[in-house]
Unconditional design. Structure first.
Length: 451
């Protein structure tokens, strides 16, 4: 790959990329301001804005989005009459979970065994660095042949929809001929992959109330209705015996037609413990990319340490439902809320609240942009042909962009291959993937400009 001038330039820029990613990872930019200071996200946004200005971007702005966060925008003019490409990443990250469980501190980029560890290293601060590397390589080798817009979101992980609503209110801002979303990943490290489908999602908070206050379990237990027990029952109703998702009215038998996921490889990727079965039915690809999947993300109840002998008066949980393309997320949310209410036992009072939602996405893989990306990836990954795969996660902005700009071609790539362990303890990025994908983005921009 080094015989290619673009590849050689990117390789020379990797030390600088590591320095920049170190600075970015240091921001504790979790867009949940009940847990993390707003200033951390604001400082990260300013870092992104400064980086764009340093690369010659014009109209750089911190956009105050309706959910109370900031996205960063910039425009790099290209040759007259050239196409426009929008590059996307997000600077907000998931909470680090238990910081003591990390091998090294989550907000300090640390090299270990050939990978760079830190929260957001792959998802998706690394995605921003990937775009910057690609543009620098082009500028060093004849210039950027397209108009480039960059949008770096500040609340993607929260699913609160701030950037989607801002884009709807300013429909000309992100208009482009093609969009490169740098927030997915290769099916496997070293196997160039474009994500062709994304599941949609809905987040619902459910609360169960049974008593005016907690009661002594010795004096009242056995007759007084326990809100925590009621919540456990209603949550259990969301799964069949084999673990398949069972939300009443929501179909769950679709099949995936495309790249398959070997079950043994999935067990290794997911680090499933020996003897523990996978859940659901159908192929692994069916379960991940073509069918709905429910997850209980959190439960508010007394912790074991310090628990008292009490019948609980209230309990609540946060429930996530992922839905495949072809299923309307708003309708799925209604079905989920109806299911939760219908399966709450003992006449307990139940309230549900939707707190986040995003539609599923399916790309047009026959478009000229996909052809250009396939050519670019063939150079960045010699001897490897670009693959199409699904993605179980959600990027709500994709559908907003597809709706606002129906002629735009949307491609999804990124650094979140299975070894990255995004959203988990010890998230990391492969610098080899960062290098190759940066080359691919640069070559895509050049090839697409000529198409």
């Amino acid at each position: 790959m080094s015989s290619n001038p673009i590849a050689g330039t990117v390789a020379s820029l990797i030390p600088r990329a590591r320095e920049e990613l170190t600075e970015l990872v240091a921001f504790r930019s979790v867009a949940d301001f009940d847990q993390f200071p707003r200033s951390e996200s604001e400082d990260a946004a300013r870092w992104v804005a400064d980086a764009l200005r340093a690369e010659g971007f014009q109209d750089v702005a911190l956009l105050d989005t309706p959910d109370g966060t900031q996205s960063v925008y910039g425009h790099l003019p290209g040759p007259q009459g050239a196409k426009t490409v929008l590059l996307y990443a997000h600077y907000d990250v998931q909470p680090p979970l238990d910081e003591s469980a990390w091998t090294t501190p989550p907000f300090e980029l640390t090299e270990r065994d050939g990978r760079w560890y830190g929260r957001g290293a792959a998802d998706c601060k690394g995605g921003l660095v990937m775009h910057l590397l690609a543009l620098r390589a082009l500028k060093a080798n004849g210039g950027v042949p397209v108009h480039v817009k960059v949008i770096v979101e500040g609340s993607e992980e929260q699913g609160t929809g701030g950037l989607e609503r801002y884009a709807e209110q300013h429909p000309d801002l992100l208009a482009a001929d093609a969009v490169v979303i740098g927030d997915t990943g290769n099916f496997r490290a070293g196997l160039p992959t474009v994500t062709s489908t994304l599941r949609g999602m809905t987040l619902v908070r459910v609360q169960v109330d049974t008593l005016e206050g907690n009661l002594h379990s010795g004096q009242f237990g056995g007759a007084a209705p326990d809100a925590l027990a009621a919540l456990i029952r209603v949550l259990d109703s969301l799964r069949a015996e084999d673990g398949s998702t069972t939300v009443e009215g929501l179909a769950g038998e679709a099949r995936w037609d495309g790249l398959e996921y070997d079950e043994g490889q999935f067990r290794d990727d997911a680090k499933v413990l020996d003897g523990v079965q996978l859940i659901g039915s159908g192929s692994v690809a069916d379960r991940l990319w073509a069918r709905p999947a429910v997850a209980v993300l959190g439960i508010d109840c007394p912790p074991v340490v310090g628990a008292t002998p009490s019948v609980q008066a209230s309990a609540r949980a946060l429930v996530s439902l992922r839905v495949p393309p072809g299923v309307d997320a708003a309708e799925a949310s209604k079905l989920l809320e109806a299911h939760l209410q219908a399966h709450t036992p003992w006449g307990a009072r139940v309230t549900t609240e939707q707190i986040g939602q995003g539609q599923a996405f399916r790309a047009d893989t026959s478009s000229p942009a996909y052809t250009a990306m396939a050519e670019a990836m063939a150079v960045a990954y010699p001897g490897r042909r670009m693959q199409h795969a699904g993605q179980g996660g959600s990027i709500p902005l994709c559908n907003t962009l597809a709706s606002l700009y129906p002629r735009a071609e949307i491609l999804l790539i990124g650094l979140s291959e299975p070894g990255a362990q995004i959203h988990a303890v010890d998230e990391s990025v492969s610098p080899d993937e960062l290098e190759r994908l940066s080359v691919a983005v640069a070559l895509f921009l050049r090839t697409y400009a000529a198409s």
